[in-house]
Write a protein that binds this ligand. Structure first.
Ligand SMILES: [Fe+2]
Length: 302
């Protein structure tokens, strides 16, 4: 009888424990609500995210085209090849936007484009201009002079090259940090972005990068509370693996065990080698639990 009572009590505690876990997960996932002065990230699609930070709304890497617009075989000159050749003919992005363009662009204070690749900003293959759906009067931050020239040609009116020292946007401090966009030969330059503000967790948007010593150094130096990782393990023959996969996420988790990892850039590009489904399984087998991986259209509040 005593053993049965003990078992009953044990199950009761487990039930309460799992109920609390479930509730706290739901509390952190809030759809379609703006929470001022609380950090909130909304997964739009691929690397496109809306970030509310220190009361400002940032639109990150706005790739806003409808689904199925181009394949790797359509890119002028067909410069990139995928180890699995069949993927070169898969039309991207795979999914439509989860909400209207108007909703995505509503009340955006600042656009951040980490680099000018066609899965991060809409690019016209006809004339090379970028960002057709965007309001050109909204300030835009980019990584370097080369990207600034393209943005200017595309009609953007307020372009700032994000400095490698802190600059202020409202109450947020923000700076550029290094990224490495390929294991074999980097696919051009890319940047990461750090955000700091009083009463907010430090946010590290790692961008299109693999795990390497500069990512480790950024984590070591700034101790971010939330780290966004582009992690579909996209790969080309020319560049190797372009962004993180599950092993890199695992390395970030080991380097930042107290941070929350926000996994994005999933399930929309042809050269991806893992999906959200595969990532979830592999992270479970690696014992990584400190992450969120929202579906398109979902938000996480930190
Ligand atoms: Fe990308």
């Amino acid at each position: 009888m005593f053993i049965i009572a003990q078992l009953y009590s044990c199950f009761n505690h487990l039930f309460i424990f799992f109920s609390l876990c479930h509730d706290s997960a739901i509390m952190r996932h809030i759809k379609n609500e703006e929470v001022l002065h609380t950090m909130k990230i909304t997964q739009i699609r691929n690397a496109t995210n809306r970030l509310v930070y220190a009361g400002k709304t940032f639109l990150i890497d706005p790739w806003l085209s409808p689904s199925h617009m181009f394949t790797f075989a359509d890119v002028p000159g067909h410069p990139y090849h995928i180890p699995d050749q069949v993927k070169e003919h898969l039309p991207m992005p795979f999914y439509d936007l989860p909400m209207s363009t108007e909703e995505i662009l509503e009340d955006v204070d600042c656009v951040i484009v980490t680099h000018l690749h066609p899965d991060h900003i809409d690019i016209s293959f006809a004339d090379g201009t970028v960002g057709a759906p965007l309001d050109k009067a909204v300030p835009i931050l980019c990584q370097n002079e080369e990207d600034a020239v393209v943005l200017k040609k595309s009609g953007f009116q307020e372009i700032t090259i994000l400095p490698k020292e802190w600059m202020k946007i409202g109450d947020a401090s923000i700076r550029q940090v290094p990224a490495l966009h390929g294991t074999y030969l980097p696919c051009g330059n890319a940047m990461g972005v750090l955000f700091e503000a009083k009463d907010e967790k430090t946010f590290y948007l790692a961008g299109d990068t693999i795990w390497y010593e500069e990512v480790a150094a950024t984590i070591e130096k700034f101790r971010p509370g939330v780290i966004a990782l582009n992690a579909c393990a996209a790969e080309t023959l020319e560049n190797g693996r372009l962004i993180m996969g599950d092993e890199d996420v695992w390395n970030v988790s080991l380097a930042a065990p107290d941070a929350r990892l926000y996994i994005t850039h999933m399930d929309n590009v042809a050269h991806a080698s893992i999906t959200r489904h595969v990532m979830r399984g592999r992270l479970a087998s690696r014992g990584v639990v400190n992450y969120d991986m929202p579906a398109d259209g979902e938000s996480v509040v930190y």
